[in-house]
Design a protein around this ligand. Structure first.
Ligand code: AMP
Length: 460
């Protein structure tokens, strides 16, 4: 199928061609006609599937079909909400590229940077606003943005927004929007919470699914290496060195862990940088640019910072520590094996993490192949200890319902607290559930594993 058959205008097709895209991806083939019809959409698609163009192209088309008021303030007509600043910036870049030949203006707003330039730009009139929820509410509060004329709302990575505790912010944004509008919801996973949000938000939505729910791409070769915690760094350095890996994304659970690992790898002579919410936007952008152009080989990231990172054909992803929330494993390894390329996702699993591994395997409904590395066999005398998430995580209480109050919780994703410090504090670490006593060795086949998952704990 070619882009020409999807009903997009010549100006948009020209921009798509200039991006070098030949054929629409499956999500684009399915989503674009539905959005052009003006229907609500519920789409299951991860980053890497081309979902951004899947919603941006038809939104641009719809907006460009109706006249833009020449006089007076241009109200925001399309609002794209995303959980993180990285994702917002990437979507913003796509919107700019695809709207190159259209008389539409777009702007990206997120926290952690000065609000004044954003207010100035909004004053000039913006058709398409890409925003993280916290900063959007700040702008709305200061009457710098009028959301009452929004025609199309896109909630991107809705699952992550809920995970990050943005549900209240989302509700407050929704209350500012006109009742009559088109709604597009994108999510990599469809938990009950997401379904609940979708049922309130969407009217008679078309449903589009490209990657099967909670399954990892078959183009990703996954493996598990059992190794003692204290030897993980040595093993990682060895893998990178022996495999001559040029680009590897490594996940840690905490910001502190990311910094520490990046330092150690640098000491080993392996160029590495950490990327997480405590880093300034400039530092993150620099680290990503260094990584993309080969200046550094390793990017060590927390789940939240890595979310939405657009890195083409990333060959290696390493879970230096398993995530506390099994869905994050799917997101993490989704950074590799994109498009036509294949990728490798390795997890270094210490005895403390066997329970997390079982949760992940239960979600994926597979057993991830184990690879034994001679010389790195776990010491059988080491017993499992509860996972403590460094400085950030362990104080979280179990999350209430999706409507639970995040009283005074710092905002993850760089939206910063309304006032006071600009950091995002605990935003990147989710505390583990307490480990079950006597957890069986994850290398053995599971027997009688209980079905279902317990609720995710909070901490963000
Ligand atoms: P996304 O899932 O939106 O983050 O997109 C992932 C990557 O695929 C981005 O680098 C896009 O520029 C690229 N992309 C999107 N659509 C296409 C397409 N039809 N053909 C080739 N690449 C694409």
């Amino acid at each position: 199928m070619s882009f020409d058959t999807l009903g997009l205008s010549a100006d948009i097709l020209r921009a798509v061609e200039e991006q070098g895209y030949r054929d629409p991806t499956p999500i684009q083939q399915q989503a674009i006609p539905v959005v052009l019809q003006g229907r609500d959409l519920m789409a299951s698609a991860q980053t890497g599937t081309g979902k951004t163009a899947g919603f941006t192209l038809p939104v641009l088309q719809l907006l460009s079909q109706t006249a833009v008021p020449i006089k007076g303030r241009r109200p925001v007509r399309a609002l794209i909400l995303t959980p993180t600043r990285e994702l917002a910036a990437q979507i913003g870049e796509n919107v700019t590229a695809y709207s190159k030949h259209l008389p539409l203006r777009s702007l990206v707003v997120f926290g952690g940077v000065s609000i004044n330039p954003q207010m100035m730009k909004l004053r000039g009139g913006i058709d398409i606003l890409v925003a993280t929820p916290g900063r959007l509410l700040d702008l709305e509060h200061q009457r710098a943005v009028d959301l009452s004329k929004v025609e199309i709302l896109v909630l991107d990575e809705a699952d992550r927004m809920l995970d990050m505790g943005f549900i209240h912010d989302i509700r407050r944004v929704l209350a500012k929007l006109p009742a009559k509008r088109q709604n597009l919801l994108f999510s990599a996973t469809f938990s009950d919470e997401i379904k609940g949000l979708a049922s309130k938000l969407l009217t008679n939505p078309a449903s589009v699914e490209v990657a099967r729910r909670n399954t990892a791409s078959s183009q990703i070769e996954q493996s598990v290496h059992f190794v003692d915690k204290r030897r993980k760094r040595e093993l990682l350095s060895q893998m990178i060195g022996e495999g001559n890996w040029k680009q590897v994304l490594v996940f840690t659970r905490t910001k502190h862990g990311a910094n520490h690992l990046a330092e150690l790898l640098n000491k080993d002579g392996i160029g590495a940088a950490a990327i997480h919410g405590n880093k300034s936007q400039g530092a993150r952008t620099r680290a990503l640019a260094d990584f993309k152009d080969g200046g550094i080989r390793v990017l060590v990231a927390t789940d939240i910072a890595a979310r939405g990172l657009d890195i083409d054909q990333l060959p290696h992803v390493v879970n230096y520590e398993l995530p506390n929330v099994p869905e994050d494993y799917v997101h993490r390894i989704g950074r590799t094996g994109r498009a036509e390329s294949t990728g490798e996702a390795m997890s270094l699993v210490c005895i403390d993490e066997h329970k997390l591994l079982r949760d992940i395997e239960r979600l994926l409904k597979i057993e991830i192949p184990r690879i034994a590395l001679p010389g790195y066999e776990p010491d059988p005398s080491i017993k499992a200890e509860p996972i403590v998430n460094g400085r950030q995580g362990s104080r979280g209480a179990p999350r209430q319902s999706s409507g639970g109050q995040r009283s005074g919780a710092p905002r993850p994703g760089g939206n910063g607290p309304r006032s006071g410090s600009g950091g995002n504090g605990a935003g990147e670490s989710r505390p583990a559930r307490p480990p079950r006593q006597g957890a069986a060795h994850a290398g053995q086949r599971r027997t009688g594993a209980p079905a279902g998952r317990s609720r995710k704990p909070s901490g963000e």
